[in-house]
Design a protein around this ligand. Structure first.
Ligand SMILES: Cc1cc2nc3c(=O)[nH]c(=O)nc-3n(C[C@H](O)[C@H](O)[C@H](O)COP(=O)(O)OP(=O)(O)OC[C@H]3O[C@@H](n4cnc5c(N)ncnc54)[C@H](O)[C@@H]3O)c2cc1C
Length: 592
């Protein structure tokens, strides 16, 4: 079954739930005309349906091949990539000075969802290139930008992000790849990186690697890491391609999913060291890499949203066709489509509501990051930067968990056929599984949320958001609309739970840090469920002005989310607070 971008849902989410419309009205987007968003998304949806979606199964079945140090992608992949760059999709939010269209990150976030939904393994390549563009634009020298940025923005060359080594996964500071000063301003890099996405491929003539390495006199840990740009082919002064650099793919992984995305072992230094160019300052590479990773974390969150929506669309279609049993009160004589059964309706609603909430959390993160760079008032920019930083781990972890839950429900709705590869439901489930792992595992995101984001300035950004969300709940309550059911009460209770859990964690961060770490994952879930519930309520309030059909659809969705998902906030608060002692006493069970 093909994929159709859910434009109406996306626009409601972007403009209202994520606050794009309010930000435009407040002047934070300069002369950007929000009206063009619908046209961009319609066009992106067409490209995804026509070009990317048909290759999704082809990529899964054929995978990639490595021979003589060169990776060949699945049939149709290079041609699709050529069409992608020619249509300008790589350049949507790229800097205008280097050929980009300069559209907001928020618009590109919606496009990223579309690429991920139609073909997640394809979309992952430009997702990483965009992160590379961000890091180079923010931290690169003007000379490096001149040579590489326009090529990356157009997509003529792709980017990779190289942190991981066998002994350095979540603990990036343990990396051993070596960099030596060559004496002419360049560096020679040697070492091995593992799990490098699109480390090699045949879709472009050059690949620009962004590699973390350590200088001989560098301090230990993350304070001694530098970031280097290492092109696959060196670039001559006139911009033409020169010699092959000393970096190549020496292996590829066989994986549970994402078969069409090459995951490479990269070897540098077989012939004296790969020529690398420093980005930013020596030993300050983690700062540059964080620019790249934050962008990529939002992108991976959007992968979760995309795969969830794809799984939902497929399950919805199946549930309308598959007939089993008579529904209670059915007027017909034969079996009814399974969508008539309340338990199947619940699963479908659960899929759609979780997807919608994750979508708006991701889009809101993009809006905050946009305001942080586009607003003219430095105070507005600073507040938005803190909001973007707070939302990023939630966008990444909540949305990718949702991608897994929803694609699992997609298999469930298909019954036995979900377990059989030919329906495609299983592929979504397999492809989704990596998203909570890469770009920093979801456990690491939760720790980041508690220690760095909640921990910053006494939780200022968290409490400001809770207060803002309280305003949404008041609006729901004041609407006096019976269609909202108990939405207002559920959201208010959840905000109380989030507030109490936040204060408890803040206190424990200093008095008993292991208690705070033990509660990080349920706290992130509590945050996402509460935030998502309030955001869907905002969208429902806005949809009430768009006719009876839209009102019924979005109010019911918001109500379902509040009454089925946000309602778990109280239990999650108790999990954060009450289970820390048992978690920290776990050795009695695990090692006893
Ligand atoms: C398909 C694929 C593509 C990838 N693409 C790239 C890429 O392009 N570039 C790149 O650099 N890397 C890439 N990676 C690597 C990926 O980012 C890492 O796998 C990930 O960061 C986790 O590291 P690890 O596998 O070493 O797991 P580990 O760090 O060993 O973690 C194992 C478990 O322990 C937990 N854990 C670890 N440390 C802590 C801690 N301090 N506190 C609490 N829990 C902890 C983790 O959450 C996890 O559950 C890719 C991986 C895969 C599988």
């Amino acid at each position: 079954m093909t994929y159709r971008a859910p434009i109406q849902d996306m626009l409601l989410s972007l403009h209202h739930g994520a606050g794009l419309q309010a930000a435009v009205q407040a002047g934070h987007y300069g002369d950007f005309d929000a009206e063009i968003t619908a046209a961009v998304l319609e066009e992106a949806g067409r490209f995804a349906t026509d070009v990317l979606a048909p290759l999704n199964t082809v990529g899964d079945k054929n995978g990639i091949r490595l021979a003589d140090g060169r990776v060949t992608t699945a049939p149709g992949w290079p041609e699709a990539y050529r069409r992608w760059t020619e249509a300008g999709w790589n350049a949507v939010s790229g800097p205008e000075a280097f050929g980009g269209q300069g559209l907001p990150l928020a618009v590109n976030a919606a496009c990223t969802e579309i690429w991920s939904a139609s073909n997640i393994a394809f979309g992952l390549c430009p997702l990483l290139t965009l992160s590379a563009i961000e890091a180079l634009d923010a931290h690169g020298s003007s000379e490096l930008k001149k040579i590489y940025l326009a090529k990356l923005v157009s997509g003529a060359w792709t980017g990779t992000m190289q942190l991981t080594e066998p002994q350095a996964g979540s603990d990036v500071g343990a990396l051993r790849t070596r960099a030596e000063r060559a004496g002419d301003g360049t560096y020679r890099i040697s070492g091995t990186k593992i799990f490098i996405t699109y480390g090699d491929h045949d879709m472009t003539e050059n690949i620009v690697h962004f590699v973390l390495a350590r200088l001989p006199d560098a301090p230990a840990g993350t304070k001694g890491i530098s970031l280097f740009l290492i092109p696959k082919f060196l670039v001559n002064a006139d911009g033409s391609l020169g010699a092959r650099n000393d970096i190549h793919a020496s292996g590829v992984e066989h994986k549970l999913g994402m078969h069409a995305s090459p995951t490479c072992t990269m070897t540098m230094g077989d012939h004296g060291g790969a020529i690398g160019y420093l980005i930013g300052e020596e030993n300050r590479g983690m700062q540059c890499m964080f620019t790249m990773m934050n962008q990529a974390r939002l992108g991976v969150g959007l992968e979760g949203v995309g795969i969830a929506d794809r799984a939902y669309q497929q399950a919805l279609a199946f549930a309308g066709e598959r007939r089993q049993g008579r529904a209670v009160g059915s007027a017909g004589s034969g079996a009814d489509p399974i969508i008539a059964h309340p338990d199947v309706k619940r699963m479908l609603l659960q899929m759609r509501a979780l997807t919608a909430a994750a979508r708006t959390i991701c889009y809101a993160t993009a809006v905050a990051l946009d305001i942080a760079t586009r607003a003219t008032d430095p105070k507005v920019r600073a507040r938005a930067a803190a909001r973007g930083a707070l939302l990023t781990p939630i966008a990444k972890a909540f949305s990718t968990d949702i991608g897994n839950e929803v694609s699992s429900l997609g298999v469930q709705i298909h019954g036995g056929m979900g377990f059989i590869e030919e329906t495609g439901a299983a592929q979504h489930f397999r492809d989704a599984r990596i998203t909570p792992i890469y770009e920093g595992t979801n456990g690491i995101q939760a720790i980041d949320l508690v220690t760095r984001k909640l921990g910053a300035q006494g939780g200022e950004a968290v409490f400001a958001l809770i207060e803002e969300l309280g305003g949404v709940v008041t609006q729901v309550e004041r609407s006096n609309d019976p269609a909202f059911g108990t939405t207002g009460t559920k959201l208010r209770d959840a905000l109380g739970a989030l507030d109490r859990a936040s204060r408890w964690l803040l206190e424990r961060l200093t008095s008993a840090p292991n208690d705070a770490l033990a509660g990080a994952t349920p706290y992130l879930r509590l945050f996402g469920s509460t935030l998502g519930g309030c955001m869907l309520a905002t969208e429902a309030l806005a949809a009430r002005g768009e006719g009876a059909g839209a009102s019924a659809r979005y109010v019911t969705l918001a109500r379902f989310f509040a009454e089925n998902i946000t309602v778990q906030a109280g239990a999650l608060e108790r999990t954060v607070i009450d289970s820390a002692e048992a978690v920290n006493g776990a050795d009695a069970v695990l090692l006893g």
